[in-house]
Design a protein. Structure first.
Length: 131
């Protein structure tokens, strides 16, 4: 992995430069306590709009066995820690003139829970910057 940004203090807004690949460390918590991610998967989506239209600019499925340098990986499941990886090839066609929206879902069995915001009505902001 090229580098890893710890975004645990404010994981809701991230930015990445064109041509850059970054892994973002995220701590999944609920009421201040880590969410146990053992045997779970996470779904990361970058969208043009906050509304789920079914069209995603980036979509990655993260697990304990996913390839960390390609999509990311759950690295400490008991303590809710995972890395999601954004590669230069993921963002090469995205504009630097506007923000996008980031949604991260925890899939536990047949349930899906948005963990990138309190309600998924206020999705995280994902920005691509000039190098």
């Amino acid at each position: 992995m090229n580098s890893c940004c710890n975004r645990t203090e404010n994981p809701m807004n991230i930015s990445i430069k064109k041509g850059e690949s970054l892994g973002f460390l995220y701590n999944a918590t609920f009421n201040g306590k880590p969410i146990d991610l053992t045997d779970d998967t996470l779904l990361l989506q970058v969208r043009e709009t906050p509304v789920d239209t079914g069209v995603y600019l980036i979509e990655k499925k993260i697990s304990q066995t996913s390839i960390i340098d390609e999509v990311g990986q759950i690295i400490d499941p008991v303590n809710g820690q995972f890395i999601f990886q954004i590669n230069a090839s993921d963002i090469e066609d995205l504009s630097t003139l506007r923000p996008y929206f980031l949604a991260i879902f925890l899939n536990q069995g047949n349930q899906s829970l948005c963990i990138s915001s309190q309600s998924c009505c206020d999705l995280a902001i994902f920005k691509v910057c000039n190098p």
